[in-house]
Design a protein around this ligand. Structure first.
Ligand code: CA
Length: 237
């Protein structure tokens, strides 16, 4: 038995990918790891299946018929926060996504090894579990207020000027991690290890993407770039 099968009832993963051989290969590998897997072959199908299935994680291809992965990501995240691992066909697409600060929790460029895919999925689910455990534990943390931003760790919610703002699980974890030490500067490597829970060289670009996404949603001033060092959360001047 794999560790995933031992841990808890089978987790459900939705794979949204229009290239059937790739979708089938991903599904077969994830099933062998003990996950329950369903496949959707286009964008609208992915949105519908996600609403019906309420999966624990979504593997989402960027280039899809009907609705592209960006649109699908936005729609499924609007419904409820669900971890998304985005697949891109080229490095240039990966860079474009990072530039946009798309609300995916992680990114992989095809072709990738199924071993790395599994490692990333395990890391993502572990983080979500850890966050859930922290939010329900007795030592629920106190609310953090930074300028107009209020972070409620127990409810895993963020408000901007009193309005609820939807963050992905990774964006929330990043905002909370920085917000727990206002003014302290963290390197991208620190954030990769502490927030994303893994350590691969390409991952630091993913950190930048999440920072951009948080800025886009909460305001550009809330996270300061310390050139040559990293990032810090600060109350806007
Ligand atoms: Ca595709």
């Amino acid at each position: 038995m794999t560790s995933a099968a031992n841990a808890a009832p089978a987790r459900t993963i939705l794979v949204v990918e229009d290239e059937a051989p790739i979708a089938d290969a991903i599904a077969a590998r994830l099933r062998s790891e003990g996950y329950r897997v369903e496949i959707a072959g286009d964008g609208p199908g992915g949105v519908t299946r996600c609403a019906e299935l309420r999966p624990d994680l979504v593997v989402l291809d960027l280039m899809l018929p009907g609705l592209d992965g960006l649109e699908v990501c936005e729609r499924i995240q609007a419904d409820r926060p669900v971890p998304v691992l985005m697949l891109t066909a080229r490095d240039s697409e990966h860079d474009m996504l990072i530039g946009l600060g798309v609300g995916a929790d992680d990114y992989m460029t095809k072709p990738f090894s199924s071993r790395e895919l599994v490692a990333r999925i395990h890391a993502l689910l572990r983080r979500v579990d850890r966050a859930r455990a922290a939010s329900t534990s007795d030592r629920a943390k106190t609310t953090i207020v930074v300028g107009d931003i209020t972070i409620d760790p127990a409810a895993r919610r963020v408000y901007c000027d009193g309005d609820l703002v939807h963050l992905t699980p990774t964006e929330f974890d990043l905002a909370l991690y920085l917000g727990e030490s206002i003014g302290e500067v963290f390197t991208r490597e620190d954030l990769l290890t502490e927030v994303l829970g893994y350590d691969v060289a390409s991952g630091v670009r993913t950190v930048d993407s999440h920072v951009r996404a948080v800025r886009r949603k909460l305001g550009t001033d809330v996270i300061r770039t310390v050139h040559g060092v990293g990032y810090a959360m600060e109350a806007p001047a």
